[in-house]
Design a protein. Structure first.
Length: 110
């Protein structure tokens, strides 16, 4: 797992007109799949948060599942105070603070 500075995610997202946000989402899912052998398709998750907006529901499900994967990774590493999925989900609705919280929790897995 790569260590990333959580507060740089919103900065890069704004500077790249949201392209980094999508790259971050894909990359985190891929790292979780590779490191923990989780059954996740990073490309399908990326499709859910991009094209899925047409159906409204898929992005929310993709975010919820990503938070669940981070929680599972924390459980496997033996971390006691795990991610709080409802808080993370509400922060994802802002599109900038959700990844900050998720990356900070993911950095604890490393």
């Amino acid at each position: 797992m790569k260590h990333r500075h959580p507060w740089l995610i919103p900065v890069w997202t704004v500077l790249t007109a949201s392209i980094y946000w999508f790259y971050w989402h894909w990359r985190v899912n891929r790292e979780l799949r590779d490191e923990f052998a989780m059954p996740v398709g990073p490309f399908l998750s990326l499709l859910a948060v991009t094209v899925g907006w047409g159906l409204v529901f898929p992005p929310f499900l993709a975010w919820w599942r990503l938070l669940g994967r981070i929680e599972e990774a924390q459980r496997r590493r033996g971390i006691e105070n795990r991610i709080v999925k409802p808080v993370g989900f509400l922060l994802f609705l802002t599109l900038l603070l959700g990844p900050v919280y998720a990356q900070a929790e993911l950095n604890r897995v490393r």
